[in-house]
Design a protein around this ligand. Structure first.
Ligand code: FAD
Length: 461
């Protein structure tokens, strides 16, 4: 791939851009080529730190004209390392991180290189928020195009449910503004269809009045009764409450009693976005499941959910996710048994209780077609070293197979790994995939944007 871009291309690009072109000669190269998961050690011919849509157009044109592989990166958190490429060209949007809040209309225009934490910090100045994920460092671009499932999913829906408009550079280098009225097919596809259709440079998002919430982390000892009880309690609670529960062996963290280290626990991140008394009441059944090992759930300002340092990134997260309707007690036992045999240094099974506002949007309204799934189960085996990946993938696949009883199951695009067309078929119901294929043929018939969970222009069944 490298020979497709020569020094002439790179110097011409450099001369015409507002942003920076970083190639192997640049002392920043090794830093800048890195993505979140450190095991993706790829060497692009150039990483372009774009500063505006015109820069994006120039890079897209160059990739199309030369045939160099194009990777598009906002926050760099792709589980499959799609934000980089071997020998190709990377559009790095991290410098395009401006957020313009219009508090009066409760909307914001944001450049897609802003992180979830950065976006939330800006909107929180006005007591406003859009639901994003659980991690401050994830990019607005990637999470939104995949759907966006986070702390407000039951109250305000997926992130895409708050997308009002987008600006996108398509494969032929055109900058389009899309919304319900302009290019509605593309607007539909962008909301769940991932990076398949162009480079989204800006998003207009609806904001909600969310300021003081009851939220934070609670740790419970894990047993099948606690796990199924937690899911039942969260499902029965008001839609103001959304929870993300990680089942794992307790790491040696200072706030976890030493005698619990290495034992299975449920680490629950939760937000009740309503009044404080109602929040305390909503959470009471969860607190009553077992004596908490730690309980940091309290009235906070919403952006505090993103505060605090994130741990060092692993080499990769082997694994996958399932969207399912229930998790029986037997499945809870299966999860706990598998954690005992985990091959990776850190293995976690994350359960998110869905429903509420997310489930009220029709399946065909956006390209996110699994609206009525009750739970997402995200299996991750993380290792700081790149070795032994196959072993960890086998462990994760074994657990996924056991939980879906050997059948293939629906999946959330955002946590699909390197699963090829099987991952595409799991992320999209057939009718959604058919329609995405049509939009792909119209806007990217040559599949310039293929470093993603790739919807092929010629749809493969
Ligand atoms: C630690 C961690 C926590 C996470 N938590 C959550 C969570 O709570 N909820 C949730 O829903 N997801 C979550 N995710 C999944 C995450 O949303 C996806 O991996 C998402 O794709 C990451 O976006 P990014 O911009 O950071 O990644 P990138 O690697 O930069 O982008 C991923 C892909 O998205 C496409 N893309 C990104 N930006 C653009 C753009 N501007 N225009 C066109 N295409 C683009 C490209 O195809 C790119 O390859 C998490 C992931 C990690 C690693």
């Amino acid at each position: 791939m490298r020979e497709l871009l020569d020094n002439n291309h790179i110097s011409t690009l450099r001369a015409t851009l507002n942003g920076k072109v970083i190639d192997v000669e640049d002392p920043r190269y090794d830093d800048v080529r890195r993505v979140f998961f450190t095991g993706f050690d790829r060497k692009p011919a150039a990483i372009v730190r774009v500063t505006d849509a015109a820069d994006v157009v120039r890079v897209v044109d160059l990739a199309r004209q030369t045939g160099a592989e194009l990777a598009v990166r906002s926050g760099g958190h792709s589980r499959a390392g799609h934000g980089t490429t071997e020998g190709g060209i990377v559009i790095d949007l991290s410098g395009m991180n401006a957020v313009e809040v219009d508090a009066g209309s409760r909307t914001a225009w944001a450049q897609t290189g802003v992180t979830a934490g950065g976006f939330t910090a800006q909107t929180a100045r006005h007591g406003l928020a859009t639901g994003l994920g659980d991690s401050a460092s994830v990019g607005l671009g990637g999470i939104t195009l995949g759907g966006g499932i986070g702390y407000l999913v039951r109250k305000t829906g997926l992130t895409i449910d708050d997308v009002l408009a987008a600006e996108v550079v398509t494969a032929d280098g055109e900058l389009l503004k899309v919304d319900e009225g302009a290019h509605p097919d593309l607007f539909w596809a962008l909301r769940g269809g991932g990076g398949n259709f162009g480079v989204v440079t800006r998003l207009q998002l609806r904001l909600h009045q969310i300021d003081e919430v009851v939220g934070g982390m609670m740790l419970l000892p894990a047993d099948p009764g606690v796990i199924t009880g937690l899911i039942a309690a969260a499902d029965a609670a008001s839609e103001d409450l959304s929870i993300i529960a990680n089942i794992l062996k307790a790491p040696p963290l200072p706030f976890i009693p030493a005698e619990q280290h290495g034992k299975p626990i449920v680490m629950i991140q939760m937000v009740h976005a309503g009044d404080v008394e109602a929040g305390t009441r909503a959470i009471a059944p969860i607190r009553a499941l077992a004596t908490p090992l730690a309980d940091m759930v309290r009235p906070i300002h919403y952006p505090e959910m993103y505060a605090g340092a994130e741990g060092p990134a692993p080499a990769y997260a082997a694994g996958t996710n399932l969207l399912v309707d229930e998790l029986a007690a037997a499945s809870a036992e299966t999860i706990l048994e598998h954690l005992e045999t985990a091959t990776a240094a850190i293995a976690a099974v994350q359960v998110r209780v869905l429903g509420g506002a997310m489930a009220r949007v029709p399946d065909d309204a956006t390209a996110f077609g699994h609206r009525r799934a009750k739970l997402m189960v995200n299996i991750a085996a993380m290792d700081p070293r790149p070795a032994a990946r196959a072993e960890h993938e086998a462990w994760a696949a074994g657990l996924a197979g056991a939980l879906s009883e050997g059948g293939t199951s629906a999946a959330y695009l955002g946590f699909v790994g390197d699963e090829g067309q099987e991952g595409v078929r799991r992320a999209y119901p057939p009718a959604t995939l058919e329609r995405l294929g049509q939009v792909k043929r119209r806007y990217d018939p040559d599949n310039l944007f293929h470093r993603n969970v790739n919807v092929l222009p010629q749809h493969v069944r």
